[in-house]
Design a protein around this ligand. Sequence first.
Ligand SMILES: O=C(O)CCC(=O)C(=O)O
Length: 292
Amino acid sequence: MAVTPSTLREDQIQHFIEHGFVVVPDCVDPELARRWTDHAYTRLGYAPDNSSTWAEEIVWMDHETTAPVAELSPKGWGALCDIVGGADRIDPVVYEIESTHFTTINAFEWSDAFIVNFRRGADQPWQAPSADLPGWHKDGSYFRHFLDSREQALLTVMLWSDVAPQGGGTFIARDSIPVVARYLADRPEGVGPGEFGELIGHCRDFDELTGATGTFVILHPFMLHASSNNHSGRSRFMSNPPMVLREPMQLNRPDPADFSPLERATLHALGTDSLAFSPTALRESYWTAQSS
Ligand SMILES: O=C(O)CCC(=O)C(=O)O
């Protein structure tokens, strides 16, 4: 049974099901965000108030400090649990991984593994999000992707700094979820991690993720997205901790009350109430289970 939502309102859950994302404000203490982001400058050897020391335009950092999501952000944790159908559906195993900026994945923790967009593309004219820009992708370089995959069950974006328009906020293709869902439904043999970018050619509805420090955006894992240019003169700090499920999504549950909002959103994208999906190839994951 998917648990009764604890944190999100019914209209927020419905928005996730229909549009594939939900924005949850005030999910981290701004003072803690300031401490962690200040320390990130120290870790990088950059001076916060001297942009000439910012050697890289955009940096993917590994974590130094971690904390249980439930303690750091009870609201963020509650919202995550609401979308996946309860904490019991989240995988407690910690995985070691080499192919991303994370060295470990732990769905129960958040960290200071920031992606810092200092001034990406600031020397070029502003370009609004469109299919003509490079870099569109689906997250999850560490597994073979199936329609029901559990390894990157949500794309999440946590804003650790205020992000204004044209300030480096992640670009999203709002209408990409049905495109990716259909692509995966038609390929039960699975799809390699790098094969989604060209699907952006089917998308027309683009946006950028902006908001105040502490804004947490929970997105369907099929949302194509890309880094953007930052013309604001202010560093953009975000993190994108993956959500990992214990089991693959189940898209044909006998009792519809058992569907999670995530499963419902996937079915909505395919225009159906239920789908019997079985992979026809091995579920390959390129990570190592460390502990639980
Ligand atoms: O920099 C961003 O806004 C997005 C980064 C991203 O999509 C990624 O690292 O997968």
